[in-house]
Design a binder for this molecule. Structure first.
Ligand code: HEM
Length: 462
């Protein structure tokens, strides 16, 4: 048993590290330094942090561990929130929409959306005025997922929906923070804002469902799959609530995470100029200035490695929690029924037993020959086991195409004075904004970038 644990009144070993909800990354990092299974108490019960790949595998592959109900507040019985037979049936129903061929067909609209986003950047290019790349990536990925899965063209509503999602995700993040806190702060005003945000998203989704039900034409998107489905036994269709839950789930899960990935990638590239130069060499070789398409993906391995390494250092889903259904034993620890397990890709991806110089940004780690000896559960940005992300291939395709499209035109440079910090909310986003200046990509300059940043930007230019 790890000596750094103390015994609490129920006789189970506990971490004596003080809980610190204000800085969960630091708190979890300190816990991880104590062992690969570290129990600690919150006001809501016992939590076990699990940090060794084979133990993570055990939890994520076992039916004894289920997701909690927090996400149901927004997603209802959507795929990311449901469990058991209902989840299994819905996964089987939607899985074909994520097959490689279906995803590849979305390539053109992804590239096109990136081109449209850049059209809105023209007044900033060469002006030295920064633009908030985090917001830009959120809007771009929301547009892409709406169009790719549901044939939704966001026009005037884009800002309002993105803002509503931001409010909901921030509040879910506060709930999730109870895993690292002794209390949950009650805040009526925030609850009101949360309800209003949920209503904004629901209004849009119900309007689109109505339109699609009226216009019964089959477009071949995920909407068509959901609306045309009939249960084999009962012959029943999905009701509006069920369709709403899946649409909201895909819209949220399908853009917040992808936006985080791209935001961090731009930041890391701007700080590591040699890696950025290597990326540009690959893009010139493979594309020679033309727009990328899904068929170019095999010729863009370094672009993929940049994204994989970005997801290692800043995994958007930086923690996952599961509840134990029955008593179990994990890594020599007795896990009682109802205990909560926390698995943090952020920590596992920095585990010194599996990663050399874990803090260093080095896409070469994902060269095929280097990946061979690493246990598969040492890298889990998309989770693993039966709840493995259904959108993982879509996200990587989108990331490669967006990166390749934008990087061929612009080099994104961190605005002078900007400080970039991770904010471990529901997903691992950049705190506040990411102010960046657009430079013409054809201009030379391959010096290794800074790795530290100065004081926080006041963003007055944004
Ligand atoms: C970089 C982008 C993405 C990352 C890092 C990511 C990560 C994850 C992770 C870690 C999980 C497992 C969560 C858990 O079990 O607690 C998950 C599940 C899920 N993701 Fe993603 N995701 C990404 C993109 C997407 C996209 C593009 C979509 C949809 C188009 C999507 C839809 C989902 C859904 C529906 C689930 C639930 C799957 C299930 O339980 O069967 N994700 N994702």
């Amino acid at each position: 048993m790890n000596k750094t644990h103390t015994l609490s009144s129920d006789g189970a070993p506990r971490s004596d590290a003080p809980i610190d909800a204000s800085d969960p990354l630091r708190f979890l990092t300190r816990l991880a330094g104590r062992g690969d299974v570290v129990p600690y108490d919150t006001a809501y019960g016992s939590v076990y942090l699990i940090n060794r790949p084979e133990l993570v595998r055990h939890v994520l592959q076992s039916d004894n561990y289920v997701r909690g109900s927090m996400m149901k507040m927004v997603l209802g019985e959507g795929l990311l929130a449901s469990e058991g037979d209902y989840w299994r049936r819905q996964r089987q129903l939607m899985q074909p929409a994520f097959h490689a061929q279906r995803i590849a067909a979305m390539g053109t609209l992804m590239t096109q959306a990136a081109v449209e986003t850049m059209a809105g950047w023209q007044k900033y290019a060469g002006s030295g005025r920064p633009i908030d790349i985090q917001t830009e990536m959120v809007h771009l990925t929301l547009k892409i997922i709406g169009k790719a899965l549901f044939n939704i063209d966001f026009h005037d509503e884009l800002d309002a929906v993105a803002e509503a999602v931001k409010t909901m995700v921030a509040d879910l993040g506060r709930f999730a923070g109870t895993l690292f806190a002794k209390t949950y702060p009650v805040d009526a005003e925030r609850n009101r804002r949360f309800d209003a945000a949920l209503q904004t998203v629901d209004d849009l989704v119900h309007r689109v469902i109505d339109e699609r039900r009226r216009n019964s034409e089959t477009v071949g998107d995920l909407f068509s799959v959901l609306l045309s489905h009939r249960d084999k036994q009962s012959g029943k269709a999905l009701n509006d609530r069920q369709v709403r839950d899946e649409v909201v789930t895909m819209l949220l899960a399908g853009h917040v995470t992808t936006a985080n990935m791209l935001t961090w990638a731009w930041y890391l590239l701007s700080e590591h100029r040699a890696i950025e130069a290597e990326l540009h060499r690959e893009l010139s070789r493979a594309l020679g200035g033309r727009l990328p398409a899904a068929r170019d993906i095999p010729a863009l391995p370094y672009t993929r490695m940049v994204l994989q390494e970005t997801l290692r250092l800043y995994p958007p889903v930086w923690f996952m929690s599961r509840g134990a259904v029955a008593d179990d034993e994990v890594g020599g620890y007795q896990i009682p029924a109802n205990a909560t397990i926390v698995i943090s890709p952020y920590l596992v991806h920095r585990h010194p037993a599996y990663w050399t110089n874990p803090e260093q940004f080095n896409p070469e780690r994902f060269a095929p020959e280097d990946m061979a000896d690493r246990p598969s559960f040492a890298y889990l940005p998309f989770a693993a086991g039966h709840h493995v992300c259904i959108g993982n291939h879509l996200a990587l395709l989108e990331g490669q195409l967006v990166l390749a499209t934008i990087a061929q035109k612009y080099k994104l440079r961190l605005a002078p004075g900007a400080v970039v910090e991770p904010e471990p909310a529901l997903t691992l986003r950049v705190r506040d904004r990411l102010p960046m200046i657009l430079e013409d990509a054809s201009r030379a300059g391959t010096a290794e970038g800074r790795t530290t940043t100065g004081p926080r930007s006041d963003h007055e230019e944004l």
